[in-house]
Design a protein around this ligand. Structure first.
Ligand code: NAD
Length: 370
């Protein structure tokens, strides 16, 4: 049996914190959006304190978060629960971790250990949860894997997205917020900061598969009227970050800093990225759910920072620690030289603004690790 959908429970949990299959015997009680918001208490209230900047305009809603056990997804799940939303997570735990969801599961989230490429299992979860809003983050995110195994990358990122779109359509979902990548799509852009209408020229299959997924979202909007938006993130960093993602270098450098080990810089360190704090990305997702804007929207900080500048910023907030001088290794194939996103569209059409600068964000990560 799945946990009740609303309000705070007390006493022992009646069910395990996740189920492999969906077997919710409870009749659907109606959507909470028409009623009053349930006041958060206990674990939800603690999540609310941790996510004090999440937008709060939308009434509470039923959500599905694919990839919700991952770095960004689990931060988003916490933000949704803090608003009083009901959250079901779909994740195959290939790179995500159940530990990332520990506070969320305590606060009532449900984890369905399902692969997004398993269309019928995804459809079953959607049929049972009837999500009003879907946040699709599940993806194969390893750029080097995508170069070695382009078909495997496309299976998850393209076919998985189609399965989620189909399930959302069948479940009557109101809004689907898709996750894409700015850094992976524009390649070596000739215009920085790069706007959404810049030519798309990925340097790796990962960027190409994410672009194809965006295309399917736009198609479902045109063909079926399903409201979709694709958020093209810069390099996201923050708590729970894994070392393998697009901004994994932040997690790696923070670990090295605390252990007093010299970091390795690939290339000359002058390659640039647009680092954006995960709290800003969570806020962007919630804002995107509120709006009806469709198409692609960049979500970054709009500032170009080199890897060497990142190291300097880390040393500046290291509080007594200092990173030993880096060693340098050959540049890796498939990686762009410079990346910085123009976030004018997000500002103008979503009213979203990045708020956390690199210094604050790095301080927060280090505080959490100490
Ligand atoms: P992550 O690896 O922590 O999260 C991805 C999640 O998807 C994991 O929990 C993983 O287990 C799950 N997953 C992978 N394949 C799956 C499958 N077949 N079925 C079900 N679940 C599956 O990575 P992240 O950095 O949190 O990335 C989240 C999203 O953001 C991805 O779509 C990624 O492409 C996108 N993105 C991330 C960054 C960044 O800087 N981290 C930048 C641009 C875009």
């Amino acid at each position: 049996m799945l946990a009740p959908r609303h309000g705070c429970r007390s006493g022992p949990r009646a069910s395990p914190p996740y189920s492999r299959t969906v077997d919710d015997p409870q009749p659907y009680q109606g959507r909470p959006s028409s009623g009053p918001r349930v006041a958060p208490c206990g674990a939800r209230a603690r999540l609310q304190n941790a996510h004090s900047r999440v937008p709060n305009k939308l009434p509470a809603m039923h959500c599905v978060v694919t990839g919700g056990a991952g770095f960004i997804g689990s931060n988003l799940v916490d933000g949704l629960l803090a608003r009083g939303d009901t959250v079901a997570v779909i994740d195959n735990l290939s790179s995500g971790k159940r530990e990332n969801l520990a506070p969320a599961l305590t606060a009532g989230a449900q984890l369905h250990e399902v692969d997004v490429t398993d269309a019928s299992a995804v459809a079953d979860v959607f049929a049972a949860r009837a999500p009003e809003v879907v946040f699709h983050l599940a993806a194969q995110i390893d750029v080097r894997y995508s170069v070695d195994q382009p078909a495997g990358d496309a299976t998850t990122n393209v076919l998985g997205t189609i399965a989620v779109l189909q399930a959302a359509l069948a479940a009557g979902t109101r809004r689907l917020v898709n996750t894409s990548t700015g850094g992976g799509l524009y390649g070596d852009a000739d215009l920085l900061p790069t706007p959404e209408d810049h030519v798309i020229a990925p340097l790796a299959p990962y960027g190409q598969s994410k672009f194809a997924a965006e295309g399917y979202c736009a198609l479902y909007t045109r063909l079926h009227g399903l409201s979709t938006i694709s958020l093209r993130y810069g390099n996201v960093y923050g708590p729970r970050q894994d070392v393998h993602g697009e901004a994994g270098v932040v997690a790696i450098f923070c670990g090295h800093l605390l252990q007093g080990r010299a970091p390795t810089v690939f290339g000359d360190g002058r390659q640039t990225r647009d680092w954006v704090d995960v709290s800003d990305v969570v806020a962007a997702n919630l804002t995107a759910a509120e709006h009806q804007l469709t198409g692609a929207v960049n979500i970054g900080h709009g500032q170009e920072t080199s890897v060497l500048d990142l190291l300097a910023a880390l040393n500046a907030v290291a509080d007594g620690h200092a990173l030993p001088d880096p060693s340098f290794a050959p540049e890796r194939p498939g990686e762009v030289r410079r990346s910085c996103l123009d976030v004018t569209r997000a500002r103008r059409e979503l009213g979203w603004e990045p708020r956390t600068n690199l210094r604050e964000g790095l301080t927060r990560i280090l505080d959490g690790l100490r």
